[in-house]
Design a protein. Structure first.
Length: 330
């Protein structure tokens, strides 16, 4: 694991910063076991549906791309034009089951790349890094593990391969029941880590929200033991505890406003809006299954961006830009 460190605190009078991160990946059946043969990237032809909104708001998103995307013309052609015109940043996103070398067993535990031997985890990321460099002309320095699957060796590997920013932590979700990492005690603010404290972690924006305070994790876990009786929904309506993420996938505008206002009141000034690239086409993710849902999905972008920039007085930034700004505070 990367370890949890003290958050970097921006001044409270600093405008809040919004980072947009897209898990840019192949299309697969989310309800079935992963397969090495599912490498379709047809949705990438329509990534401009989201990019046009970013352009409209002056946002420079970060597309973290995985091996199927960067190894197929259909996957990277539209993205390459956006990158070459200076309208996005590019990072690496490692799905180990579709990223060579293929030597690990196809078991659920191994879908979290941090569970693999260090040599194999590094080989996979090195192959991905070099492939991205060959396509985009620049070596990526931003990383996000597929399935948020960081492990004991990840920090050292990132340092050895020249990475500067990690986006993998997903508070407050616990994947330990699937042999993955547990982020339930992780905060949502950036922090320095690594041997020289020169790697920047920018977590996904997620949190337990509600007046349960320090008991939030306990109350949330209790509610889910009785989810058949709809206890999580009851706790949410009572504003006792909610587990929310700043994403248009599975969360609506009210959720976005709720988590943003909650964290902002606690002094958080960095927020990450994240989603998966296949969601820009109906039928490729569980979150967008119809044209109507696609319209609602994209409308969530505009509604939240209007709030963040116009009401909260926020500014758009990128992982690279934020790292440069935070280094100035050291």
């Amino acid at each position: 694991m990367l370890g949890y460190h003290s958050p970097i605190k921006l001044p409270k009078d600093e405008p809040p910063k919004l980072i947009v991160v897209i898990d840019t990946e192949e299309e697969f059946n989310w309800s079935a076991p992963v397969s090495r043969s599912e490498t379709g990237v047809t949705a990438m032809k329509y990534i401009t549906r989201a990019q046009e909104i970013f352009d409209e708001y002056g946002i420079k998103p970060c597309y973290v791309v995985d091996y199927p995307v960067v190894s197929q013309d259909e996957g990277f052609e539209a993205l390459l034009e956006i990158y070459k015109s200076g309208r996005c940043e590019i990072g690496a996103h490692l799905h180990p089951w579709v990223n060579p070398p293929f030597t690990e067993k196809m078991i659920p535990k191994n879908t979290f790349v941090g569970n693999l031997a260090k040599s194999l985890e590094k080989s996979k990321l090195q192959n991905l890094t070099e492939k991205i460099e060959s396509v985009f002309g620049d070596r990526p320095t931003i990383y996000k593990a597929g399935r948020y699957g960081v492990g004991e060796s990840t920090t050292k590997i990132l340092e050895e391969l020249g990475y500067q920013v990690d986006l993998s932590l997903c508070p407050p979700v616990d994947y330990s029941g699937e042999d993955g990492p547990d982020f339930s005690d992780c905060h949502a603010e950036p922090f320095w880590f690594g041997g020289n404290k020169d790697l920047l972690e920018i977590p996904v924006t997620g949190a337990f929200v509600g007046w349960a305070g320090g008991l939030s994790k306990t109350m949330f876990n209790l509610a889910y033991k009785f989810k058949m009786f709809k206890v999580p929904g009851i706790f949410s309506r009572l504003s006792l505890v909610d587990r929310l993420m700043l994403s248009p996938e599975g969360f609506d505008l009210q959720d976005h406003l709720k988590i943003t206002k909650f964290l902002y009141a606690k002094g958080v000034r960095t927020f990450t809006w994240s989603f998966h690239s296949p969601s820009v086409v109906p039928g490729h993710s569980p979150y967008v299954q119809s044209e109507q849902q696609l319209e609602q999905f994209l409308d969530n972008f505009r509604q939240y961006f209007d709030f963040f920039f116009n009401q909260l007085g926020g500014e758009a930034t990128t992982p690279t830009e934020l790292r440069s700004q935070l280094r100035g505070l050291k």
